[in-house]
Ligand binder design. Structure first.
Ligand SMILES: CCC/C=C/C(=O)SCCNC(=O)CCNC(=O)[C@H](O)C(C)(C)COP(=O)([O-])OP(=O)([O-])OC[C@H]1O[C@@H](n2cnc3c(N)ncnc32)[C@H](O)[C@@H]1OP(=O)([O-])[O-]
Ligand SMILES: Cc1cc2nc3c(=O)[nH]c(=O)nc-3n(C[C@H](O)[C@H](O)[C@H](O)COP(=O)(O)OP(=O)(O)OC[C@H]3O[C@@H](n4cnc5c(N)ncnc54)[C@H](O)[C@@H]3O)c2cc1C
Length: 664
């Protein structure tokens, strides 16, 4: 502990639950806790992983530093014989976006999901040993969301048994892929398959981009970085790239052929797996993004909560200490719902990981029935959780007042790194509209006897949900999970049915869908919030050991759903799911829950088990020793290297002199 002082020690004494057990609940199991605890400390204690000056480095130095860290991380992974799980934790705690994220997170999964057994056998060992480094090259200058609109072509040449990869227009230049700009030797490149003059849609191809001998681009390839992105440090450690092909030839067996095959004579043969598997890597990554959302949000909340307990303003009586800002009800009403959301996203992320694993096992057994559910849940939850997290990080910055705006608070960089999550892996609105299509299809099939399944199963009780009347009489009734679930189900179902009714009035359904798309997005938000609420409630039905742990989670769950109910009162009232009186009782209960969170707030963020290295924030320091450290850090800024700044003689002195002579 810094100087032996723990400014948050009193706060920690107030905790009413077993923090160590909560750490295990947060991590998911003893096993994952043990690994993340050990690896996060290993990274934190290694000066080679220091991130002190990241926001002050010019781009070239910043990038070189990232290369150094990534190569050192790889060395540590090998020297210590880390398992795949430990290695991925190590990369996570190094906490610096790098080409390795795309290599392990998209290139390898794309080959695994879309390559045949033979292709996997050939490419995966090279990738696992990092003898080749790969990226995921899908998006182009002209098209990202509209994957079917990509323009890069892969034309089969039966003479040579090769594909010719070509960028026919400027807008067909690949644009954005991470790791592409300066590092990747290979890419899974998405292109329009053409055989015998006929188009066969978008497919993935493994294309070598750089020579393995000297890293120079292969003939016919133009490649580079797309330039600086938002924020200091932040995502600029990543070499998002541009790539153009001029009739580049690759062997036929480098088309990923699990979904469709091209034969020696140029025939396209469809496998019995659905075409949508070409989108499978995106489904995988969207699922991981939901888990990442809870990490990013919890990190911001940890900083804002600790600082809110350290910071005091106003309210001193008889010379006593001023009020800790965490005791202001307005501060609690902004902070505690975010704390509750971090826990809610953790549990829904855990569930989504289970769903994804289940779907993958079914796919391997040629059962494709749950693919639409996987698509709807990953797309919807990715959108919901990233939007709330991005806004939540910014709210945490405001909760930290002026000091939150300093880079040393860690919040500006966290925000800058995080916000593109609302765009990459599918723009959040575009993904919501995907879920809207599935919701509308589900509603339209309700009369056909086909019962909705999975997270849409509640729609099967549509008659009941349309008749539903909430019977909350007093504030505490809102603590009953069954009542809450029904209210959320009825709201989501009624909003979907209302959209479906309006849609049916349009002669052209596509026109109707476009016209009503803003309403549809609101219905999807209601549906996705229901999923998160229901998974939190399900979590509470499990056996959760540890003194007071389950009770704290019940309180957080209540904060999560009652905050949503309060924020979206308009929906609940407009659909007559609750009365104004019941909405007001919900808000009364919410205030009671805030006061129950208050004494446990610091312990609830300690349960994330983040090291000071990972948090990267003076305001969020474990010991709360904020002011001396802020003061100390200011003097490390390069601007303070000299007492008189560079430029004084050139600009300041003449200015002052001129004013002096004007006065005389
Ligand atoms: C981490 C940092 C790095 C970042 C990396 C990146 O960003 S990488 C780049 C990330 N880039 C992006 O994320 C791009 C975002 N854009 C897209 O994903 C697609 O272009 C689209 C989904 C918006 C439209 O697709 P489309 O033009 O094909 O048109 P359509 O809407 O007519 O759908 C046809 C059918 O397919 C179904 N279906 C759709 N997707 C999936 C799926 N994943 N799975 C299963 N199924 C899916 C859909 O439900 C429909 O089913 P139905 O009704 O026939 O039963
Ligand atoms: C940091 C970062 C990293 C990335 N990494 C990669 C990578 O590794 N590999 C890769 O291939 N790509 C990558 N991308 C690209 C990313 O996947 C795309 O930018 C993303 O899918 C959004 O597509 P877009 O840029 O075409 O947005 P656009 O679709 O042009 O979006 C612009 C606006 O139009 C709206 N809009 C678009 N279509 C519709 C519609 N049908 N209905 C209503 N509104 C609509 C959107 O909501 C948005 O407001 C990355 C992007 C970023 C920012």
């Amino acid at each position: 502990m810094e100087g032996g002082v723990d400014y948050l020690a009193d706060e920690r004494k107030k905790a009413e639950f077993d923090v160590q057990q909560m750490k295990i609940v947060w991590a998911g199991s003893h096993h994952t806790f043990e690994i993340s605890d050990r690896i996060s400390k290993l990274v934190a204690n290694d000066p080679a992983f220091s991130k002190d000056e990241r926001t002050m480095l010019p781009r070239k130095e910043l990038f070189k530093n990232t290369l150094r860290k990534a190569s050192y991380a790889w060395k540590r992974i090998n020297d210590l014989h880390l398992s795949e799980e430990e290695a991925s934790q190590l990369r996570f705690y190094v906490d610096e976006p790098a080409f390795t994220d795309l290599h392990w997170g998209m290139f390898i999964p794309a080959i695994k999901g879309q390559g045949t057994d033979e292709q996997q056998k050939k490419w995966l060992p090279l990738a696992y040993k990092m003898q080749i480094i790969g990226c995921y090259a899908q998006t182009e200058l002209g098209h990202g969301s509209n994957v079917q609109g990509l323009e890069t072509t892969a034309t089969f040449d039966p003479q040579t048994d090769e594909f010719v990869i070509h960028s026919p227009t400027l807008t067909s230049s690949k644009w954005w892929p991470g790791g592409l700009g300066k590092v990747s030797t290979h890419g899974v490149v998405y292109a329009r398959l053409i055989t015998d003059g006929q188009e066969h849609g978008i497919h993935g191809f493994i294309v070598q981009l750089r020579r393995l001998e000297d890293h120079r681009p292969l003939p016919g390839i133009i490649i580079g970085d797309i330039g600086m992105k938002f924020g200091n440090g932040a995502y600029n450690t990543m070499d998002n790239g541009v790539l153009r092909f001029d009739h580049v030839r690759i062997p036929r067996d480098q088309m990923l052929m699990r979904v469709s095959q091209v034969t020696r004579d140029g025939k396209v043969v469809q496998s019995d797996v659905p075409r949508q598997l070409v989108y499978g890597t995106m489904v995988y990554v969207r699922q991981t993004i939901v888990q990442d959302a809870s990490c990013a949000l919890s990190r911001a909340v940890c900083i804002a909560t600790r600082y809110s307990a350290v910071r005091r303003q106003f309210g001193s009586h008889n010379g006593g200490p001023e009020t800790q800002v965490i005791d202001y009800k307005t501060q609690q009403s902004r902070l505690f719902p975010l704390l509750a959301s971090a826990y809610a996203f953790r549990f829904v992320g855990e569930w989504l990981k289970w769903l994804y694993t289940d779907v993958t096992q079914r796919l391997q057994a040629n059962d494709f029935s749950t693919l639409p559910e996987a698509h709807a849940c990953t797309a919807g939850l990715k959108s919901l959780t990233t939007s709330v997290t991005a806004d939540g990080i910014e709210e945490c910055r405001k909760l930290c007042g002026g000091h939150g705006y300093l880079c040393t608070s860690g919040l500006p960089e966290l925000f800058a790194v995080y916000v593109p999550a609302c765009t990459y892996e599918g723009d959040n609105i575009v993904l919501m509209l995907q879920v809207a299509r599935i919701l509308m299809k589900t509603v339209s099939q309700l009369g056909s006897g086909k019962l909705p399944v999975g997270t849409m199963a509640y729609m099967g009780r549509i008659e009941h949900l349309l008749q539903y009347r909430c019977n909350v009489q007093k504030a505490e009734d809102w603590l009953n999970p069954a009542i809450v679930l029904e209210a959320f189900e009825a709201r989501a179902a009624r909003m979907s049915v209302s959209c479906a009714k309006k849609l049916s009035k349009f002669a052209n359904p596509e026109e109707g869908f476009a016209e009503l798309s803003a309403d549809l997005v609101e219905a999807v938000v209601a549906h996705c919030q229901l999923i998160v609420v229901s998974k939190f409630i399900e979590k509470l039905q499990q056996d959760i050991p540890g003194k007071g742990v389950k009770q704290q989670l019940k309180v957080l769950c209540g904060v999560y759903y009652l905050f949503l109910l309060h924020k979206h009162q308009g929906d609940f009232l407009a659909t007559s799911c609750v009365t104004p009186k019941q909405a007001s009782l919900a808000n009364d209960q919410l205030r009671v829950l805030y006061s129950q969170v208050r004494p446990n707030a610091i312990a609830l963020v300690d349960a994330f088990n983040y090291t000071d290295h990972f948090l990267g924030s003076i305001l969020g320091r474990y010991d709360g020793n904020v002011y001396p450290k802020l003061y100390e850090a200011a003097w490390k800024d390069p601007l303070n290297d000299s007492v008189v700044p560079d430029g004084y003689h050139q600009y300041i002195r003449p200015l002052l002199k001129q004013q002096r002579s004007a006065k005389l």
